[in-house]
Design a protein around this ligand. Structure first.
Ligand SMILES: [Zn+2]
Length: 230
C-alpha cells in the first residue's frame, strides 16, 4: 500500500439559520448544562469541530445510500462501500480498505464578529401543550461564516474505486474519492449541522472553491514525476 496524493478541499460554510454547535441532538435535558456553544478557548469564538462535521457527513451519506443499520455507523468494509472507504469501517479492525481517507479540520469562524445569540426554548407538555422549563440557549446566528478544510488521501488501492458523480457519470480513483466527499457536503446542506436540525436549526450553505477541489500536493517519492536520472 502506497500513498499517492494528498488533496485539499477548501471552502466556506455559511449559516442560514441559528445553529447550536456542540450540543447533542437529544431532546433538551431538564436542568441540562449543555446549552452553550463550543468556543475556541483562546479566541472565545465559536467554531465547528471537524469531528462533528465529519460525523454529519458520514451519517448523511449512510442515510442516502441506505446503509443505516440501527444506530451504528456502517462497518461493512466492502471494497465498493464509499462510506467505509472514505470514513473507515466502524468498529471493524479486520479489513483491507487501508486508512481513513478523509481528514476534516476544525472550521474556524471567519466572519460574524458578534456571532452568538441567545434564544429561549421550552419543552411543551404533551398532554396539555403548556410550555415548561424555559431556558436560554446559545446559538451561532445566521450569517456567520466558517472556513472549511478537508484533506483527502489517495492510495494506490483506490485506482479501481468507482463512484457516480452528479452528472450520473462513473468516475474512478481520486476523482471518485473527491466526489464522495463533495456529495457528503451536498447532503449536509440538505440536513444541516449541530443540534436541533429538526427544528430548523443549523441550515447551512457550503461553497467549495472549485480550484481547490483538485489542489494536490505531491508526496516526496509518491505520485511525483520520477527524479531525473543522473
Ligand atoms: Zn460500509
Amino acid at each position: 500500500m502506497k500513498k499517492l496524493n494528498h488533496y485539499v478541499i477548501r471552502g466556506e460554510i455559511e449559516l442560514l439559520s441559528g445553529t447550536r454547535i456542540g450540543g447533542s441532538d437529544d431532546v433538551l435535558q431538564i436542568g441540562g448544562t449543555d446549552l452553550t456553544c463550543i468556543k475556541d478557548p483562546t479566541t472565545g469564538k465559536p467554531y465547528i469541530p471537524g469531528s462533528s462535521l465529519k460525523g454529519k457527513m458520514r451519517s448523511s451519506l449512510e442515510k442516502h445510500l441506505g446503509k443505516v443499520n440501527g444506530r451504528e455507523p456502517c462497518g461493512c468494509a466492502k471494497v465498493d462501500c464509499p462510506v467505509c472507504r472514505v470514513f473507515g469501517p466502524h468498529k471493524n479492525t479486520n479489513h483491507t480498505l487501508g486508512p481513513t481517507r478523509i481528514i476534516v479540520r476544525d472550521a474556524p469562524l471567519i466572519s460574524g464578529e458578534f456571532a452568538i445569540e441567545n434564544k429561549t426554548e421550552s419543552v411543551n407538555r404533551r398532554d396539555t401543550g403548556a410550555a415548561e422549563h424555559p431556558r436560554t440557549v446559545e446559538r451561532v446566528a445566521a450569517g456567520a461564516k466558517f472556513a472549511l478544510e478537508i484533506g483527502v488521501q489517495e492510495f494506490d488501492m483506490d485506482r479501481d474505486f468507482a463512484y457516480t458523480n452528479h452528472k450520473e457519470e462513473k468516475v474512478t480513483g481520486h476523482d471518485a474519492l473527491l466526489e464522495v466527499v463533495c456529495h457528503c457536503l451536498d447532503l449536509v446542506e440538505d440536513t444541516g449541522v449541530g443540534a436541533g436540525t429538526g427544528k430548523g436549526y443549523g441550515k447551512v450553505k457550503i461553497e467549495i472553491q472549485p480550484e481547490t477541489k483538485t489542489t494536490r500536493r505531491n508526496r516526496r517519492g509518491a505520485g511525483a514525476p520520477a527524479a531525473t536520472a543522473r
